[in-house]
Structures are given as structure tokens and as C-alpha cells.
Design a protein around this ligand. Structure first.
Ligand code: NAD
Ligand code: ZN
Length: 344
């Protein structure tokens, strides 16, 4: 089968031919119907050798959807031929966090050698993939897999961050979304769907800001040294009750700190390598800073339900698997509008 793999440090993704995997006991083989490209794929492919810990060769793709194609021994409750989304942050399944569906915060996964597909385990950017357990599947039903696959990360991750800040997002409040890319453009829609907050979108790129406005941002601002002051101006000097930074680089973290209101929330979702010093004189009184990771199983179900009622939709660019390298190139140079999705 064809697969898109990262094989050599610094060389970027390659389309290769590998064997179709066989599901072991308890595992499910999916025939992939769609797989999303995430900027985190570039985060790991840009790492120097001494910091790279995901194994090689690595089949990419941590946003996956497919049709159940073959069941390993003992698998129950999965219907052959039915369409599923893959819940990616795999945990041990047995601990307190996993019992709440928060496998993204499983403290045992790493020590047990459990890694998410595409981020250690073989991912979804292939014709087939193995899912380790039935609990990591969520039925898609009638949802179009290409349109909805990226909800497993570009939807789930902002949803998880926004839900945790929801008590700050009352009527009259302001939420700032920094980075209106794959995650950000879905985050804006989630904010509009589940809160009455005014949404200010910030990006470097005019085209991304046009998309942000299209999907529901009330205001859009070009990102720069003056942006935080503009956010303060738009909020009568108070700042934003919640800032969601989908970039996480030093300039956007500085902006987040300058733009957040007293007792507000900063959620650093982007892994751009910046650091936000928090302390009595460095952040406004009461401001909370958090760097959330991915989301919970039940939150994935909720995001898919938001799509079912038409409240959230991913803007997608489709590519065949042979064009995956081109799609990754566009993601790297910042010219994907919404999310790039490969359809094997
Ligand atoms: P993307 O490339 O689709 O979008 C990034 C957007 O940020 C682009 O629109 C770009 O123009 C904009 N941008 C870049 N620099 C900026 C700046 N200085 N100011 C304002 N906007 C700027 O990326 P994505 O796939 O949406 O991922 C966003 C980030 O989230 C990445 O760092 C990714 O690794 C990270 N991520 C984190 C988690 C998590 O669990 N915390 C999960 C998925 C992705
Ligand atoms: Zn991701």
C-alpha cells in the first residue's frame, strides 16, 4: 500500500510503498477515507536529530478517518464497513484520567510505550492503518469523512481549550484567537457556537483573516507589535477575557500577555517554542496561563455533534496521496486555507 512517511531527519515526507498491516488481538484495521495534515507534523519534521523521539520510519497522520476493514481477535462493537473517526491521543485506558475520557492526559502512556498514531505509532497517512483499541474509534455515521476528519485535532484541540475557559466567555466578554489556520479557523466557529463572546482574530496573513471573518470572527487584526494595544482599544482598555494562542511563538505569547484582561485566561495551544513568564508583576492579577494538549474522547463526540448540527465546518483543500508532499509544502509555507486533507 502507499503511505506517507518521514524516513530521514531533515528530508521531509516521502510517498513510499509498504505492506498492508494486519490487526493483532483487540485491534482494528481501517481503510483510510481521509487524513488531515497538521502543523505539528512539521514541528516534528523540523526537529534536529538529538531532539527527535518519534521513531523512523514514521507513517504520518494523526487526524484519521476510515472504514472498519478487518477486526483482530476479540474486537467487539465495531461494525465492518462502518465509517469512523480516530481519537488520536491514546492512553492506557485504565487510569483515572483515561476513565474520564481524558486519555490526552494519561500519565502512563509514554512509560508504557503508547504513542498516538502519526506521532510515534504508524499514522493514518496511508491506505490502511491499525487502531489499537475500539475505544479509540468514534462513529462518523453520515458525516463526510473528508469534511470532518480534521475535527479529530483541528476541532478537538480548540474545543478542549475553549471548554476549559467557558466560564470566562460570558455575554459582553472578548475572546482572542491568534493564528487563523487549521486549528484557529475551527476555534473561531466553536467560540461562536458555544459562547456569546465577541471574537477577535489575529493573523499575519490577510487571506487567513478573510477566512476568519467568513467563519464568524467579529474583528480581525494583523499580527504585529501594536496588536495588543489594538485589542485593548477594542475592549475599552480592559483586555480580552480569554486568549487562545494557536501560534505559541515569542511575539504571540508577548501579545497574549499584553492583551489578556485581569482574571483572564491565556491558552497556549501552538507549539511555536515561546515562553510566557507568569508572576505577580508579569501577568495581570488573577490571569491564568495554561498549555493544553489535544482533547478528551467525549469532547471529540461533542465536536462531531457540532458539525452534525451545522455549527462547525472545516474548510478543506483535498489532495491525493501522491500529492501529499506538495500539500505538506503548502502547509510549511503557510498557504493552506483552512486544512489540507489527503484522500488516499
Ligand atoms: P496552521 O499552519 O494551519 O496555522 C497557523 C496560523 O498561524 C497560520 O494562519 C499563520 O499565518 C498564523 N501565524 C503564524 N505566525 C503568526 C504570528 N506571529 N501571529 C499571528 N498569526 C501567525 O497550523 P495548525 O495546524 O493550525 O497548528 C497551529 C499550532 O498548534 C501549531 O503550532 C501546531 O503544532 C499546534 N498544535 C498544538 C496542539 C496541542 O495539542 N497543543 C494540537 C495540534 C496542533
Ligand atoms: Zn495536530
Amino acid at each position: 500500500m502507499k503511505a506517507v512517511q518521514y524516513r530521514e531527519i531533515g528530508k521531509g515526507p516521502e510517498v513510499v510503498e509498504i505492506d498492508v498491516p494486519e490487526p493483532g488481538p483487540g485491534q482494528i484495521r481501517l481503510k483510510i477515507t481521509a487524513v488531515g495534515l497538521c502543523h505539528s507534523d512539521w514541528f516534528l519534521m523540523d526537529l534536529p536529530e538529538e531532539q527527535y523521539s518519534y521513531g523512523l520510519p514514521l507513517t504520518l497522520g494523526h487526524e484519521g478517518a476510515g472504514v472498519a476493514d478487518k477486526l483482530g481477535d476479540g474486537v467487539q462493537g465495531v461494525q465492518l464497513g462502518a465509517s469512523y473517526a480516530v481519537y488520536g491521543p491514546w492512553g492506557c485506558g485504565l487510569c483515572h484520567a483515561c476513565a474520564q475520557g481524558a486519555e490526552n492526559y494519561c500519565p502512563h502512556a509514554a512509560a508504557m510505550g503508547i504513542a498516538p498514531p502519526g506521532l510515534g505509532a504508524p499514522g493514518a497517512m496511508a491506505e490502511y492503518m491499525i487502531v489499537d483499541d475500539a475505544r479509540h474509534l468514534v462513529a462518523l455515521g453520515d458525516l463526510d469523512p473528508v469534511e470532518s476528519v480534521s475535527l479529530t485535532d483541528a476541532g478537538l484541540t480548540p474545543y478542549h481549550a475553549i471548554r476549559a475557559a467557558q466560564h470566562k466567555l460570558y455575554a459582553g466578554s472578548t475572546a482572542v484567537v491568534i493564528g487563523a489556520g487549521g486549528l484557529g479557523h475551527v476555534g473561531i466557529q466553536i467560540l461562536r457556537a458555544i459562547s456569546p463572546a465577541r471574537v477577535i482574530a489575529v493573523d499575519l496573513n490577510e487571506d487567513k483573516l478573510a477566512l476568519a471573518a467568513e467563519v464568524g470572527a467579529h474583528e480581525t487584526l494583523i499580527s504585529g507589535p501594536e496588536t495588543a494595544a489594538k485589542i485593548r482599544e477594542l475592549t475599552g482598555g480592559l483586555g480580552a477575557e480569554a486568549v487562545f494562542d494557536f501560534v505559541g511563538a515569542q511575539p504571540t505569547l508577548d501579545m497574549s500577555r499584553e492583551a489578556v484582561a485581569i482574571d483572564g485566561y491565556i491558552h497556549i495551544v501552538g507549539i511555536g517554542g515561546g515562553v510566557l513568564p507568569t508572576g505577580f508583576f508579569s501577568t495581570p492579577f488573577g490571569a491564568a496561563v495554561r498549555a493544553p494538549y489535544w482533547g478528551t474522547r467525549n469532547e471529540l463526540m461533542e465536536v462531531l455533534d457540532l458539525a452534525r448540527v451545522g455549527a462547525v465546518s472545516v474548510h478543506t483543500e483535498r489532495y491525493g496521496i501522491d500529492d501529499a508532499v506538495t500539500a505538506y509544502g503548502k502547509l510549511h509555507e503557510g498557504t493552506v486555507r483552512g486544512r489540507a486533507v489527503v484522500v488516499p
